[in-house]
Design a protein around this ligand. Structure first.
Ligand code: KG4
Ligand code: ZN
Length: 345
């Protein structure tokens, strides 16, 4: 089964062609980073306009690279939420047009389901059930994944997402946008235990996250440090970046391991933009190996936003007999277990 995936949930215009829910034939991503860089974050209106400009060439390129025609497609999978409404609308309406004109079944995909299933594009895949952490600029959530389409949320962020914290701290440190990569690079020359930033574990049982307090702690520290009120005169920018990164990583690793223990599952996986972070990959692998469980990370191309993961989710939904109504709409907030209002079986 050949599925065309489309994702325009935030600031990447992406289209991909995937065979049988696992073999990527093409995965075209048009990034808008340069456009938004000047503003220090994604400007929703600009993102929508850029999607309008790029959606047609990106989809055409994905078909060309995969060497398939529209008539070869068995289905179209499109992200309908969560995300920026104006951005999502561009992908959805383009998908609707294609589905209608070429008479191809279409399915509506939850972006977070895409992130969870991104691991199935790899050769090494976890066995169900497993614990998944989706950690990006918009989300930080833990799920118990029992099968395709069977996800139970175990925890989520109560304020900032981890990627958002990386982006905001990078801004405070003057490292530019997007912040994750910049912090990781700067942290390479820093000392991880130079500054003891808070680790927001919340209560012992909680699998929820909270990163806004940590961000504020960094902001206050940096203010004092710049005003030379900090006693540790030898602290560097790299130390601040490294100590901050270590706090975030410690919290993420701790909660994933707690969730695994709670559900007694024998595998964990991490997806989303922050999963590109090498320190997170190393510490998560270390903790998982101590507990004797494998940890799975998709390759970087599948961690950040991409349409291949949406096509994987689409394959399983179409195989399951699902078909979306052409009257469906987008949803800025879209809990992963709430698929009913827009899907007809
Ligand atoms: O999944 P993604 O591409 O888009 C969203 O759905 O948000 O994730 C983007 C986020 C940004 O906040 C970015 O700073 C973060 O992922 N990120 C990283 C790294 N690469 C990207 N955070 C930490 N370390 C990285 N290497
Ligand atoms: Zn994402």
């Amino acid at each position: 089964m050949i599925i065309l995936g489309i994702d325009t949930s935030c600031d990447d215009t992406s289209a991909a062609v995937v065979l049988d829910g696992q073999r990527m034939l093409s995965n075209v991503i048009h990034s808008q980073v340069k456009l938004h860089n000047a503003y220090g974050g994604v400007v929703p209106e600009l993102a929508s306009r850029e999607h309008v400009r790029n959606i047609m060439p990106v989809v055409q390129e994905s078909l060309l690279r995969a060497n398939v025609w529209m008539r070869d497609l068995d289905g179209i999978a499109v992200t309908v939420g969560p995300g920026l409404v104006g951005a999502l609308l561009v992908g959805l309406y383009y998908a609707k047009c294609l589905a209608y004109v070429h008479n191809i079944p279409m399915v509506a995909i939850n972006h977070l389901e895409g992130h969870i299933l991104s691991i199935f594009l790899e050769k090494e895949v976890p066995l169900f059930p497993f614990v998944a952490l989706t950690v990006s600029g918009g989300h930080t959530s833990l799920y118990n994944v029992e099968g395709y389409g069977r996800y139970t949320q175990m925890g989520q962020t109560l304020d900032d997402a981890a990627g958002e914290a990386f982006d905001k701290v990078a801004k405070i440190l003057g490292l530019g946008y997007p912040g994750g990569v910049a912090i990781e690079k700067t942290a390479l020359d820093g000392r991880k235990d130079r500054i003891n930033f808070p680790r927001p574990y919340l209560s012992n049982d909680s699998l929820d996250f909270s990163f806004s307090g940590l961000k504020t702690a960094v902001a206050l520290y940096v203010k004092k440090w710049r005003e030379s009120e900090v006693e540790n005169y030898d602290v560097t920018l790299a130390d601040v970046a490294c100590s901050f990164q270590e706090s975030v990583v410690d919290v993420l690793v701790n909660k994933v391991m707690r969730a695994r223990e709670k559900k007694s599952v024998s595998a964990v996986m991490v997806a989303g933009g922050v999963a590109c972070n090498n320190r997170l990959r190393a510490k998560m692998s270390e903790a998982a190996s101590t507990e004797g469980v494998p940890v799975y990370f998709p390759r970087l191309e599948y961690c950040t936003d991409n349409a291949a993961m949406i096509a994987v989710a689409g394959y399983h939904r179409i195989s399951n007999g699902e078909k979306a109504d052409l009257s469906m709409d987008v949803r800025s907030k879209y809990p992963i277990n709430d698929l009913s209002p827009i899907i007809s079986c």
